[in-house]
Design a protein around this ligand. Structure first.
Ligand SMILES: Cc1cc2nc3c(=O)[nH]c(=O)nc-3n(C[C@H](O)[C@H](O)[C@H](O)COP(=O)(O)O)c2cc1C
Length: 417
């Protein structure tokens, strides 16, 4: 992708070179919470890109439920406790995180903002947390790794087959990624109904005539359009390199995903190939979590892909206690789905998660204002989480447990023996 369009100024330590106007765009009182960033993203992006980020599969039942389920968890604070030092940090797979959040893999990030994955890695590193780079990425994995002073994980899809994955994993190892995240809930792409309605396929790769009906939404967002064109237009997928052809065009992803289901057999093969920790992302039952650990996973992510795959599955939060009980400390348990507030992070930890991944919460920030928007999202989540801990009367995230919350009894379903 070098040579396409502008260079992206990324500063892993913070916000050097960021225009004051961008900082103001996401400052208080314009942006107080993640929903405010979502509204800014909606204003800056053409509908097709916004809906790609915001939407879910089919009737979006699971998408809504992911957020709503947090309302079913009620705090039980310990009052009259003075906390001088509040410790938010945690360790995940041996890595120190300044607070218990990891940026989830978000495909097509370069469509949301030209700095895309570079900005996300840099913002995560500056905040002292980890970033997960998706296979569906527009920037080279080596450059993304270099953009963060902190840990970076690589999320693997088997798009292009095992031979392509082997070459990528070799690059991932040499670049210094610290974990491989294998997503197992994507045997085919979910049916995200907003995408075909908005002309996602036509706009990414269709003929000029096919694009015409969908152009008004693009032309009415000139700032996004100018940045997109200066960046060189639709990016290639720099980390899926097809032998003798080069990087895969972004348009081919949906078809390629349907031929790239990951099975337990692939996990065994990956275990031989990758000596670092493997994180299996997309488990929703205790049985699958145990299977993942039997196949060599060091951690699992309780996840329904942000409600973008099988609609009608349970929220991730509801599935969390079953997985925690089934693994009983044999592996680390992470979760994602619906985290929009620091109090959501604290609730997930009370239910047994070691940390949460966030997807849309930072993608909205990226779309709204690039790296500075992600930094704002992370500051909101961190400040919220600290305030929640203090209001709960708990001095550290490591001291949280189920005694700080009430949650529906039927969430505690036992895993099969
Ligand atoms: C726009 C978008 C793209 C995503 N792309 C990927 C991906 O490439 N690989 C993956 O494993 N998960 C992907 N996910 C799922 C996220 O990693 C994560 O599971 C989900 O966003 C969590 O839900 P949340 O958005 O409510 O935080 C994507 C999610 C979104 C919103």
């Amino acid at each position: 992708m070098e040579g396409r369009g502008r260079a992206h100024e990324i500063d892993g330590r913070g916000q050097k070179g960021v225009p004051v106007s961008s900082i103001r765009t996401v400052a208080s009182p314009r942006v107080i919470n993640i929903e405010d960033l979502r509204l800014l993203a909606r204003r800056r992006l053409p509908q097709v890109v916004f809906d790609y980020v915001d939407g879910g599969a089919d009737g979006e039942v699971t998408l809504r439920e992911n957020c709503r389920a947090f309302d079913d968890v009620i705090f039980r604070p310990r009052q009259a406790v003075a906390i001088s030092n509040c410790e938010l940090g945690t360790r995940v797979l041996g890595l120190s995180l300044s607070f218990p959040v990891i940026l989830a893999p978000v495909g097509y990030s370069r469509l949301m903002h030209p700095a895309g994955e570079l900005a996300a890695a840099a913002a995560a590193g500056a905040a002292g947390i980890a970033y997960t780079l998706s296979t569906i990425s527009g920037h080279k994995l080596e450059n993304v790794r270099a953009a963060s002073p902190g840990p970076v994980w690589y999320q693997l899809y088997l798009v292009g087959g095992r031979q392509v994955a082997e070459a990528t994993i070799d690059r991932v190892r040499r670049a210094g990624f610290s974990a491989l995240v294998v997503t197992i809930d994507t045997p085919v792409a979910g049916m995200r109904e907003r995408d075909p309605r908005n002309g996602m396929k036509e706009l990414l790769g269709g003929s000029v005539f096919a694009k015409i009906p969908f152009l008004p939404q693009i032309l009415t967002h000139p700032a996004w359009l100018a940045a997109f064109l200066l960046d060189g237009g639709v990016p290639n997928l720099e980390n899926i390199v097809i032998p003798e052809k080069g990087p895969m065009p972004l348009i081919d992803v949906t078809a390629a995903l349907s031929k790239a289901a990951v099975t337990w057999d692939d996990l065994r093969w990956l275990r031989q190939l990758w000596t670092g920790p493997i994180v299996v992302k997309g488990v929703l039952t205790g049985d699958d979590a145990k299977r993942a650990v039997d196949e060599g996973a060091a951690a699992v992510v309780v996840s329904n892909h942000g409600g973008r795959q099988l609609d009608g599955v349970s929220s991730s939060l509801r599935a969390l206690p079953e997985v925690v009980a089934a693994l009983d400390g044999q592996a680390e348990v992470l979760m994602d789905g619906g985290v929009r507030r620091g109090s959501d992070i604290i609730k997930a930890i009370c239910l047994g998660a070691r940390a949460v991944l966030v997807g849309r919460a930072y993608a909205y920030g990226l779309a709204a204002a690039g790296q500075i928007g992600i930094a704002r999202a992370l500051k909101i989540l961190r400040d919220d989480a600290e305030r929640t801990l203090r209001l709960l009367g708990c001095a550290s995230t490591s001291a949280l447990n189920a005694s700080y919350v009430d949650f529906p009894a039927h969430w505690r379903r036992k895993a099969s023996p």
